[in-house]
Each structure stands twice: as C-alpha cells, then as structure tokens.
Write a protein that binds this ligand. Structure first.
Ligand code: GLN
Length: 192
C-alpha cells in the first residue's frame, strides 16, 4: 500500500513519520499527478482556509474529489474541515463527507486540550482495550452527521469529534502528534 499525505500546509511531516513508523510506504501530494498510484490519502491538520486556497491554486480540488469517490481519505482537524460539506461559512471545501463542522469550536489556541476517548471500532480493529489519548488544537467539532456518515467518537459532553462515512474518516484531533499508532492502523485497515 502507498499512502499519500497532502503536503500543502500543516503537519504533514508528522503524519509521514507516524506512517513510516508502522512500516507504510508514503508519498507527499502537492500536484494532481502525485495522486497516481496511491491507495489512500491523509489530509493533515493546519489551517483549513490555507489548505483550501492552495488546493484551488494547484488545481487539486477536482482531482481530490474524484480520488475520494473510490479511495480512502482521512482528514485530521483542518483536514476534517476540508473534507466536510458544510462549515457555515464560505471557504473551499472538498464536500466529500456528509458532516457539518464548526471551526475553532473550543476557543482560541490557548484553549487547546487533551482528552481520553473511548472508540469501540479502534479497540476492535487493533485488539486493544486502552482509551485513545487525543490532542485538540484549536479544534473543530462535528456538529452533525448526515446520510451514511456515522459518529465514531464523542467527548463526555456529547460533542462529536470523529466520524466515518464508508472509506472516509474525519477526526477533529491530531493522531499524528501522539506516539499511539492505532488510528493510523485503523485508517490503513479501511484503505485495504
Ligand atoms: N483552526 C484550524 C482551522 O479552522 C484547524 C486547526 C488544526 O488543524 N489544528 O482550519
């Protein structure tokens, strides 16, 4: 399997480090032709408006939408925003996932936090029992899921922080910043 990481802006390097740690072959994606031969794609955290602007400038919007019809894509934080259909404001979105997202839902950068999440699918897929320790950095929440999208994880107050729609995955936190490879392993299981 060859895993692409959209490398326009944000913490793509951290995703690549994690993927290499679990023995995956990786490729940085900056141009439409870089999608050729990939099995799946990760869109990193960063700044969703910048990622959207650069994806538009580099003519990636249509190729990414086409890729997502038949390949697994996982968006983390800004990447989840970029994957969504609706963010209640005008900015370039891939619109692939039937989720409505609220940006910066926990406040400013200084309100970033960590939380332990119980994710049944992750535990099942990786055969482990411990909770998943997640980092939220000026994170969005997933306000609602529609169509075939379903909730994968919520905070204890019910706010949705991970969703899945078939081969598409969105997390409002940053698995690439942990030492825990389970989320990346889970994504690879969706892609294969
Ligand atoms: N606040 C950023 C946005 O709205 C996302 C932050 C992140 O990716 N850590 O795009």
């Amino acid at each position: 399997m060859k895993i692409g990481v959209l490398a326009l802006q944000g913490d793509f390097a951290e995703h690549i480090i994690m993927l290499k740690r679990i023995g995956a072959e990786t490729a940085e994606v900056r141009l439409p032709e870089h999608l050729q031969g990939l099995d799946c794609l990760i869109i990193p955290g960063g700044e969703s408006t910048t990622i959207g602007k650069l994806a538009t400038d580099f003519n990636l919007m249509t190729p990414l939408r086409e890729f997502g019809k038949s390949h697994a894509i996982w968006g983390t934080c800004a990447g989840a925003i970029f994957l969504s259909k609706d963010v209640s404001r005008d900015q370039p979105l891939l619109g692939l996932m039937n989720i409505k997202v609220a940006r910066n839902a926990f406040g400013r950068q200084t309100a970033s936090f960590e939380a332990d999440l119980d994710i049944a699918e992750l535990k099942q897929a990786t055969g482990t029992a411990q909770p998943y320790h997640a980092f939220f950095i000026r994170a969005p929440i997933i306000e609602s899921v529609h169509g075939d999208a379903r909730v994968l994880s919520s905070l204890s107050d019910g706010r949705i922080v991970a969703a899945q729609e078939g081969h598409l995955l969105a997390t409002s936190f940053h698995p690439e910043l942990t030492r825990d490879p389970r989320f990346h392993e889970y994504f690879l299981s969706l892609a294969s």
